[in-house]
Design a protein around this ligand. Structure first.
Ligand code: BTN
Length: 284
């Protein structure tokens, strides 16, 4: 018993002991540890949860598990990351106080049909954040904002053959606790938005939101989800620039919406354009 109590204390559980009268459970850690997250889940999609402590990158961990054959519904959780990765080769600052998780998905789709998947995952995260008491918007392709500031980012990575997807890893980072003073002014957190849930609850809500949106997408395509996405679209009607990985301009114009394939629709000087992927900035 002593050994198990030590292991639980190491994992952040608070347990009192008194000589002769045994142990008393005081509190669970405020961290996304699998044992706490799994009892808060509502969906039956998640078959295996790993991690919960500090790691380099949950996306790297999940990729390794996917390559080793881990089933769809496997997820890796972390309370901090040493080398968090963002979209377009950027880094993702991942201090204690956030929730970092990566899910292994194995959609029976062709790579060419995966266009809407980043938007589907973002919608799942937005639903979770709404359930936690905040009011999220979506910035194409998959940033989640509150009051125009980023609260969660999503990094999708995949392995595929020409006509079959082997695995997708969907990585999500959510700012939960109030941000440090040196955080980007364009970032916010759930606490700053008034949502008080603990980090295990945030992780469970995000996993449930992803599972539900993903299942709806596999069952009925993006069409039934697209209107919900549009209702949260932070870019609709805005003047923007879209750039590629190298920072080169792909298109610039006014956002008219998103297409049924998840593309960003723009009205440019040369007429309507649809963009499959890129990084959007608002034009002054
Ligand atoms: C972005 O907005 O640029 C995407 C950020 C994605 C960060 C998450 S945190 C969990 C997972 N592990 C990583 O290294 N990155 C993703």
């Amino acid at each position: 018993v002593g050994k198990h109590v030590r292991a639980l204390r190491d994992a952040g559980y608070s347990i009192e002991s008194a000589a002769g009268s045994g142990y008393r459970f005081v509190s669970a850690p405020d961290a996304p540890v699998p044992a706490e997250v799994s009892r808060l889940l509502r969906t039956d999609f998640w078959v295996r949860l790993e991690g919960g402590g500090v790691t380099d990158s949950t996306n790297d961990d999940a990729r390794r598990l996917a390559e080793a054959g881990a089933a769809e519904g496997t997820a890796v959780l972390a309370s901090a990351q040493r080398r968090g990765r963002g979209r377009l080769g950027r880094s993702w600052t991942s201090p204690e106080g956030g929730v970092y998780l990566s899910a292994v998905l194995r959609p029976a789709l062709r790579p060419a049909d995966l266009g809407p998947l980043p938007l589907v995952i973002a919608l799942g995260v937005a639903r979770a954040i709404k359930a936690l008491g905040a009011s999220p918007q979506l910035k194409w392709p998959n940033d989640v904002l509150i009051d125009g500031r980023k609260v969660a980012g999503i990094l999708l990575e995949l392995s595929a053959e020409a006509d079959a997807v082997r695995w997708v890893v969907a990585g999500v980072g959510v700012n939960v606790d109030a941000l440090e003073g040196d955080a980007a002014p364009s970032a916010t957190s759930l606490r700053e938005a008034g949502a008080q849930a603990g980090r295990a609850q945030v992780a469970a809500s995000v996993l449930d939101g992803i599972a539900e949106a993903y299942r709806e997408y596999l069952g009925g395509g993006f069409g039934p989800l697209a209107d919900e996405w549009r209702a949260r679209d932070a870019l609709a009607g805005r003047e923007v620039e879209v750039r590629d990985l190298a920072g080169d301009l792909i298109a610039s114009g006014r956002v008219t919406g998103i297409g049924p394939d998840g593309r960003l629709l723009l009205e440019t000087r040369d007429g309507p354009v649809s963009v499959p992927t890129g990084d959007v900035t608002l034009r002054r």
